[in-house]
Design a protein around this ligand. Structure first.
Ligand SMILES: [Zn+2]
Length: 368
């Protein structure tokens, strides 16, 4: 509560100036010490406000000729109080003692972006083939049944087309089977697209995202990355395939790595093979990573099936080609494919594929 105001005597200008100077400096101190609500109550409170009490006391005892100069000064003081209330934080901040910089506080770290480990591995693999004269091709992730399956010699009822394996786009039943849209299950459709657009020789690598209807676990993800390669020219043999992949694996994992080829089956290659490399963890002696076998399976490959060339030739004929450029009697080729995640997991010793997609900075920062 405010005390009663000191009586004012005499009422000449000099005395009034001094009295109001005292009030103004009081106000200044209060602006620093009080929050805005207390400041408002203390000075402008309707019953006990300082302005009200003082003006009542002084105006009552003032002679008639002093009332006008008093009134003017009270108005001025009121404006100062209101101004202080409108910018209370400013008043207080300005009045606070200035502090120096605390050099013990941690600084602002501006982290530059780095390539994701998957992109790094993908680029390393692509570079190996660029050095062999291959170029990079890419294509859409939403594909038609024709490019993803039919042209790659998947028969009409092949189980890969089942929705348990393939993510299909909704409401496609009205379309012809080959035009129905799906999320590509491998990067192979880009092989078909490239061959339709370009006559041999073809030497391409195809890095990209692929989609499968898989539940996520430590080694599976419904979205993952593949790199495929395709080489088509005259006189391409299985020896060229073996030599190319053997070189690529040595370039990626070191010159002491050995490769071996096992018969396998893929609809789009004949003959087909699975490729194993000697275990990079135990140098072939046998360990937990290679299940004591000394070998790790890493790639699928094979010679391009003539049925694939036939599908390409059919499309090129529609576009106006008269002499087929992809005549299996004149040209041959090989194709191969590998999973980027699997290779990156081996390179970096990562046991859970989920780390790649979690966006966890603690994981990603290790690759900076
Ligand atoms: Zn091993």
């Amino acid at each position: 509560m405010n005390e009663a105001a000191n009586p004012l005597e005499p009422f000449d200008d000099a005395t009034l100036d001094r009295a109001f100077d005292v009030l103004a400096s009081e106000l200044k101190t209060d602006v620093v010490a009080m929050d805005s609500e207390s400041l408002r109550l203390h000075w402008l409170g309707r019953k006990q406000g300082r302005l009200k009490l003082i003006s009542e006391a002084w105006l009552k005892s003032a002679p008639a000729e002093a009332r006008r100069p008093l009134g003017i000064r009270f108005n001025l003081l009121k404006q100062q109080i209101e101004a202080a209330l409108e910018a209370p934080a400013l008043g207080r901040a300005a009045a606070k003692p200035v502090q120096g910089i605390d050099i013990t506080l941690p600084g602002l770290v501006r982290a530059p972006g780095i390539p994701h480990p998957l992109l790094k591995t993908m680029q390393e693999i692509v570079d190996v083939f660029h050095n062999l004269g291959y170029s990079t091709s890419t294509g859409p992730q939403v594909e038609t049944d024709f490019y993803n399956f039919e042209a790659l010699n998947f028969p009409p009822n092949h189980p890969a087309r089942d929705t348990q394996d393939t993510l299909v786009i909704a409401n496609q039943q009205g379309r012809p089977a080959r035009d129905r849209l799906l999320m590509r299950t491998h990067t192979s459709p880009v092989q078909i697209r490239t061959m339709i657009a370009q006559a041999p020789p073809v030497r391409i690598v195809i890095p990209g995202k692929v989609h499968r209807n898989d539940a996520a676990d430590a080694t599976h993800s419904p979205i993952f990355h593949q790199i495929e390669g395709l080489c088509v020219d005259t006189n391409i043999t299985f020896s060229d395939l073996k030599g190319t992949l053997d070189h690529a694996m040595k370039a990626l994992f070191g010159s002491s790595v050995k490769t071996r080829f096992f018969p396998s089956f893929f609809p789009f290659t004949e003959p087909s093979a699975d490729v194993q490399i000697s275990c990079i963890f135990c140098a072939g002696k046998g360990c937990r990573k290679c299940k004591q076998s000394g070998w790790i399976e890493l790639l699928g490959c094979g010679m391009v099936d003539p049925a694939v060339f036939a599908a390409v030739t059919e499309q090129r004929a529609i576009a106006g080609e008269i002499t087929p450029a992809y005549d299996p009697a004149k040209i041959s080729g090989f194709a191969f494919g590998m999973g980027v995640e699997r290779i990156a997991m081996m390179q970096y010793g990562i046991s859970d594929i989920g780390h790649f997609y979690s966006g966890d900075m603690r994981f990603l920062e290790q690759f900076a």
